[in-house]
Design a protein around this ligand. Structure first.
Ligand SMILES: NC(=O)c1ccc[n+]([C@@H]2O[C@H](COP(=O)([O-])OP(=O)(O)OC[C@H]3O[C@@H](n4cnc5c(N)ncnc54)[C@H](O)[C@@H]3O)[C@@H](O)[C@H]2O)c1
Length: 399
């Protein structure tokens, strides 16, 4: 089987595929739609990052394509619906840069508490300004985490490890880590926290979550951090509260409008403010995260090819079958219509096969069932299933 890896996917991925006997082609850049159309015939697995658009036309050309691995967090660059309609599984790495974001936020909250952005700027300007004014330890201070998911919970653990108190607010029920304490509302959190750090997801309802009203509710002298989504925060309102001295600092990694290309100009009302750290959406950008992404996504793709598992696929039903339990395994992706499972099982019984394990899941218009049987199924049975109107694909694995 051939794997095509584009856009400088970390070398651990190519190594993993080669180790498992795949023929691997690596290209450093992204491909245009036309180039993909030429490159995809004969390719079973495609690995991309965010710059390669996988369109319906490209998918049509990829007749042998089983899966696309997005070696990044986002999957907007792939037409997920069209991929699902053709039975092409799409995987990504939703958690691989969690730790990198947490470490950036930790560094920022310590830097802001000591007013390091301002102090280092003065030194570069040739001014010796030695003073403890406005500088604090974070030990014993309260961190308020808004959004207690993958990143929020890890931040909670490392913040407690350096002696902070942690309160959090999440719209979903979340288990508190360590001594962290959930609070009942955002307003309650804002009244308690010396540092507010936002880690909500990008659902549309979160646009404008943080505006003048929320900044006004923050404690005088507190610090604000956003490394989640740019649209969540009204940067003009943040600017007002920094200039008035109500907030003592801020660190912002994400912006409502971000430049598209390297070197493009960056505009923001937050430029030029004292004790404000601005970073170009690099929360998750570390060598370690890239390596982790390379390893995570290649493992998902290899697992899918080897045994049919679709755990964390973003566009197909998720089935996590146990290791094969019989002599034979069959994976069957089909339209999600009534009666398919009954019909498969009847067909297998007619072929004299005993089902020893079966995992099923549905997602929207699709259903996926992985069935282990005690004997290999005859070609005639497989052909009958492949020809049924609801079939998208059927694959088999000998034990
Ligand atoms: N800066 C970067 O480079 C970078 C890197 C990775 C992730 N991110 C962003 O960080 C954010 C968090 O990532 P994650 O992996 O922890 O996501 P997650 O989905 O694991 O967690 C998000 C949490 O926010 C909660 N939530 C959503 N809306 C809320 C609201 N209005 N009030 C309170 N809680 C709310 C959800 O219930 C969930 O628990 C995402 O927006 C992600 O895109 C940024």
């Amino acid at each position: 089987m051939k794997v095509l890896l584009l856009e400088n996917v970390h070398p651990v991925a190519a190594e993993a595929f080669r180790r498992d006997g795949f023929d691997v082609e690596v290209r450093s850049g992204s491909l245009s739609e036309g180039e993909l159309v030429d490159a995809l015939p004969g390719v079973s697995l495609l690995g991309i990052r965010s710059n390669t658009k996988v369109t319906a036309r490209a998918l049509d050309a990829g007749k042998d394509l089983l899966a696309v691995g997005c070696f990044c967090i986002g999957t907007n660059q792939v037409d997920l619906t069209e991929a699902a309609a053709r039975g092409v599984a799409v995987f990504n790495a939703p958690f691989s840069n969690t730790r990198s974001v947490v470490e950036l936020v930790l560094g920022e909250l310590l830097s802001l508490a000591r007013r390091l952005p301002e102090k280092t700027q003065r030194m570069h300007d040739g001014i010796w300004d030695k003073s403890a004014k406005g500088s604090h330890e974070v030990r014993g201070r309260t961190l308020g985490i808004v959004g207690y998911g993958n990143i929020g919970t890890q931040l909670s653990n490392v913040a407690e490890a350096i002696g902070m108190r942690v309160v959090f607010f999440d719209t979903a029920d979340r288990l508190a880590h360590g001594n962290a304490r959930p609070v009942g509302s955002l307003d309650e959190l804002l009244a308690l926290a010396d540092v507010v750090s936002i880690h909500v997801d990008g659902r549309p309802g979160n646009a404008g979550l943080f505006g003048p009203e929320q900044f006004a509710l923050m404690k005088p002298g507190s610090v604000f951090i956003n490394a989640s989504r740019g649209m969540v925060v009204d940067d003009e309102a943040l600017r007002d509260h920094i200039l008035s001295g109500h907030l003592s600092g801020a660190a912002i990694d994400v912006f409502p409008t971000e430049p598209k290309a390297q070197g493009d100009p960056f505009e923001s009302p937050l430029r030029g403010l004292d004790n404000v750290i601005l970073t170009p959406h690099v929360g998750g950008s570390t060598q370690e995260a890239q390596q982790e992404i390379g390893s995570f996504v290649s493992t998902k793709l290899l697992g899918f090819v080897a045994a049919g598992g679709t755990s964390l696929a973003v566009n197909l039903p998720e089935v996590v079958p146990p290791p094969p339990q019989g002599a034979f395994r069959m994976g069957y992706l089909h339209q999600n219509v009534p009666g398919v499972l009954a019909s498969i099982n009847r067909t297998l019984a007619d072929a004299g096969a005993n089902i020893v394990g079966q995992s099923l899941s549905t997602r929207g218009e699709h259903g996926y069932v992985v069935t282990d049987t005690n004997v290999a199924l005859p070609e005639t049975t497989l052909a009958a299933l492949r020809q049924s109107p609801e079939a998208i694909w059927l694959r088999t694995w000998p034990a």
